[in-house]
Design a protein around this ligand. Structure first.
Ligand SMILES: *[C@@H]1O[C@H](CO)[C@@H](O)[C@H](O)[C@H]1NC(C)=O
Ligand SMILES: *[C@@H]1O[C@H](CO)[C@@H](O)[C@H](O)[C@H]1NC(C)=O
Length: 353
């Protein structure tokens, strides 16, 4: 009796702490910006893609013949409040003399490209330069002395070539040294954890002394995120650096998830799912990410874009990413499009403090 009572109390307190913890990082000023719905807005899109010559062809759906236009016209409307409209000049003024870095996979690239395009079209006469050098890219607004960087790093933890093959080291994070002292860091990782066969860029997984051929990918993901979280907890000075994590970006390869026939994909989808609930439910990887973020000592803000992006089955390039030559892309996002909203939310978070 006494035992089970104290166990219940402990469980209850743990639950309270978890709810409180998640409340702190996801909900600000009484309004959850990530809960809402997509509304048609004729003032959208935020920019004309032809103004951004530096955009990658894989995100430029209009130039590759995407015929429908409704997907360009949706604005994210939180249920409890209004989002501040994106102000590029204010954004750059706030970042004057600073460096912002996206670290992650091609969905991180998607968001970096969206942000550079949003800022360039807001201030078309501000001089800029773009340097793309392998896995590292720097977009500089010269007059503002602002650097917007993208570091391609799909796993965040290390992959090391060794005698017996390529080893994914879940508890080693050498890339951390390139993140130190950056003013704004925005991480993302998930999609590459699913790859097998020829697309899998490692042969073994190592944790501590142990080496595995493979393991449950969600377990591996959690171990790697925990290594990343420790890096942040030990190395980030919150007075200098603000840290964000882009929530898991959903794909739309299986229309059963939003209540259509199996076999349908994102191809031909021209409208979002209406309302604020996605029939397919939450993504397991997103739950793992939230669990790790809750365990951290340093403040990290989750850009909780999963649900709002799940509603945008119409937002992907499908066959209009590279003119159809690379098949069907239901993972990345057309630009202008959904990542612009991720950046509007990033802006809202940056101006909050
Ligand atoms: C949001 O904007 C609409 C239209 O401009 C306005 O009617 C409404 O009161 C605003 N809501 C809040 C919570 O500020
Ligand atoms: C690795 O193995 C050695 C000996 O087998 C042991 O002394 C050491 O503590 C292990 N290290 C870790 C991190 O498990």
């Amino acid at each position: 009796m006494g035992w089970s009572f104290s166990i219940s109390v402990v469980l209850f307190l743990t639950l309270l702490i978890q709810i409180h913890g998640s409340g702190r990082s996801f909900i600000e000023s009484g309004c959850n910006l990530f809960q809402g719905s997509w509304v048609y807005d004729n003032s959208y899109p935020l920019y004309d893609i032809s103004m951004c010559p530096f955009i990658e062809p894989e995100f430029d759906c209009e130039s590759h013949g995407r015929p429908d236009k409704f997907y360009l016209k949706y604005r994210w409307q939180p249920t409890g409040c209004n989002l501040t409209r994106f102000n590029g000049e204010d954004f750059l003024n706030r970042l004057r003399g600073k460096r912002l870095m996206f670290v992650g996979d091609s969905l991180s690239l998607n968001q970096w490209q969206s942000l550079t395009c949003m800022l360039h079209t807001a201030l078309p006469f501000a001089s800029y330069s773009v340097v793309r050098n392998g896995d590292f890219s720097i977009f500089t607004f010269t007059t503002y002395n602002v650097k917007l960087m993208f570091s391609r790093n799909a796993f965040l933890v290390d992959i090391v070539g060794e005698k017996n093959g390529r080893v994914l080291k879940l508890d080693s994070i050498g890339a951390g040294k390139t993140w130190k002292g950056i003013d704004v860091l925005i991480f993302d990782s998930w999609h590459w954890w699913l790859h097998t066969g020829r697309k899998q860029p490692w042969d073994f997984i190592q944790v501590g002394n142990q080496t595995f051929r493979d393991m449950d990918r969600l377990v591996a993901y959690e171990k790697a995120l925990t290594t990343w979280a420790k890096w942040v907890d030990y190395n980030v000075n919150p007075a200098k650096t603000r840290v964000f994590f882009q929530g898991v970006s959903p794909d739309h390869e299986n229309a059963q998830k939003w209540g259509e026939h199996a076999g349908n994909t994102c191809l031909g989808q021209s409208r979002p799912v209406l309302g604020s609930k996605y029939p397919g439910g939450p993504l397991p990887a997103e739950l793992v990410l939230e669990k790790v973020l809750r365990s951290m000592k340093k403040p990290v803000k989750l850009l909780d874009i999963t649900t709002l992006s799940q509603l945008r089955k119409d937002g992907h390039p499908s066959i209009y990413g590279t003119g159809g030559h690379r098949g069907l892309d239901c993972s990345h996002w057309c630009l202008p499009g959904v990542p612009d909203t991720w950046n509007v939310l990033l802006y809202a978070a940056l101006i909050q403090k």
